[in-house]
Ligand binder design. Structure first.
Ligand code: C2E
Ligand code: MG
Ligand code: MG
Ligand code: MG
Length: 282
C-alpha cells in the first residue's frame, strides 16, 4: 500500500506540476501581450512609510499591480520574475514610470515637502544601460514636487552585482537618489561587502518583523541589524508591521522608519492624497 500511495502521490504531483507549468506558460504569454497592447491593465499603488518616533508620514513606496481580464489581479511576486526571465523588465518599469508620472502633480502645491518616493528596481535591470534615461523624467518630477527619489533593490541579488553596476548605483547616489536594500536579512550580504556598497537604507524583511514580540531571538536579530546600520551610518526601515506590539518594540529599538498594514495598506494615489497634504499650509 505504501508503494501504491507513493505512486498515487507521485502521479498527483506530476499532474499538478504540468498544470502549474501550463499555467505559468499562459501567464507568461498573457503578461507579454499585456505589456505590448494593454498598458491600462497596469497600475500603481502606494504604501506610506512613517517615522516611528513621531508617527509622521516619511514617504511612499510605489508597488505595481496587474489586473488581467482572465487571470484577475496577479501579484508582482508572480509577474515581476516572469518579466525578468523573459527579458521584459524594461517595459514593465516603463509602465511603472508612466503610471507614476500620470499620478504625480507637476508642482508641489500643498503637498507635504521632503517625502520620499521609493520604487523597486530589479537588480538585473541595474545592468541595463537604458535604465538611467528611463528613470530620469520620474526623478525630475519627484524633485519638482520637493520630494526625494529612492530605489529599492532586493538583497538576494545584490551580491551578484558587478563593478559597473555598483558604479551605476553610485552614480544614482550622486544624483541624489537614495538607495535601499530591500528584504534585508534574507540574502547574503557580508558585513565587509555591505560596507563597500553605495547604499543608504536597509529595509528589514517582513519575516523578522512578523515574529517580533513572539520570540526574543527575533528581536535580537532586529537589534543586531540596527547595530550594524548604526555602525555603517545607514537608515533602517521595518517592513510588514501588522501589530501594535511590533510597532512598540521597533520604536523601543529605535528603528527609524516603518511600513505595514497596521498603519496603512497600499492604496491609489487618489485615495491617499488627503494624507499627503500639508495641513499648516493654507
Ligand atoms: P517588497 O518591495 O518587499 O514590497 C513589500 C510587499 O509587502 C508588498 O507586496 C506589500 O504590499 C506587502 N506588505 C506591506 N505591508 C505589509 C504587511 O503589513 N503585511 C504583509 N503581509 N504584507 C505587507 P506586493 O505589492 O505584492 O509586492 C511584492 C514584491 O514585488 C515587492 O516586495 C517587490 O519586490 C516586487 N515589486 C512590486 N512592485 C514592483 C515594481 O514596480 N518593480 C519591481 N521590479 N518589483 C516590484
Ligand atoms: Mg520594496
Ligand atoms: Mg521589502
Ligand atoms: Mg519583503
Amino acid at each position: 500500500t505504501a508503494k501504491l500511495a507513493g505512486r498515487a502521490c507521485y502521479r498527483i504531483y506530476c499532474a499538478a506540476d504540468t498544470e502549474q507549468g501550463r499555467y505559468q506558460q499562459r501567464l507568461s504569454e498573457a503578461l507579454i501581450a499585456s505589456l505590448k497592447t494593454a498598458p491600462e491593465e497596469f497600475r500603481v499603488v502606494y504604501q506610506p512609510q512613517y517615522h516611528l518616533a513621531s508617527g509622521q508620514i516619511a514617504g511612499l513606496e510605489a508597488l505595481l499591480r496587474w489586473d488581467h481580464p482572465e487571470f484577475g489581479s496577479v501579484s508582482p511576486s508572480d509577474f515581476v520574475p516572469i518579466a525578468e526571465h523573459r527579458g521584459h523588465i524594461h517595459e514593465l518599469t516603463g509602465h511603472l514610470v508612466r503610471c507614476l508620472l500620470a499620478d504625480l502633480p507637476q508642482s508641489p502645491g500643498r503637498l507635504l515637502p521632503g517625502l520620499r518616493l521609493a520604487i523597486n528596481i530589479s537588480a538585473r535591470q541595474i545592468t541595463d544601460s537604458r535604465l538611467e534615461a528611463l528613470l530620469k523624467p520620474l526623478f525630475q518630477r519627484i524633485g519638482g514636487i520637493g520630494w526625494l527619489p529612492e530605489i529599492e533593490i532586493t538583497e538576494t541579488h545584490l551580491m551578484h552585482l558587478s563593478v559597473p553596476c555598483l558604479d551605476r548605483l553610485r552614480e544614482f547616489g550622486r544624483q541624489g537618489v537614495i538607495v535601499a536594500i530591500d528584504d534585508f536579512g534574507t540574502g547574503y550580504s557580508s558585513l565587509a561587502y555591505l560596507h563597500t556598497l553605495p547604499v543608504h537604507v536597509l529595509k528589514i524583511d517582513r519575516q523578522f518583523i512578523q515574529r517580533l514580540g513572539e520570540k526574543s531571538r527575533d528581536s535580537r536579530i532586529v537589534s543586531a541589524i540596527l547595530g550594524i546600520a548604526d555602525a555603517l551610518e545607514l537608515e533602517v526601515v521595518a517592513e510588514g508591521i501588522e501589530h501594535e506590539e511590533q510597532y512598540r518594540k521597533l520604536r523601543e529599538l529605535k528603528c527609524h522608519r516603518g511600513q505595514g498594514y497596521l498603519m496603512a495598506r497600499p492604496a491609489s494615489w487618489h485615495s491617499l492624497n488627503g494624507a499627503l497634504i500639508d495641513q499648516h499650509q493654507e
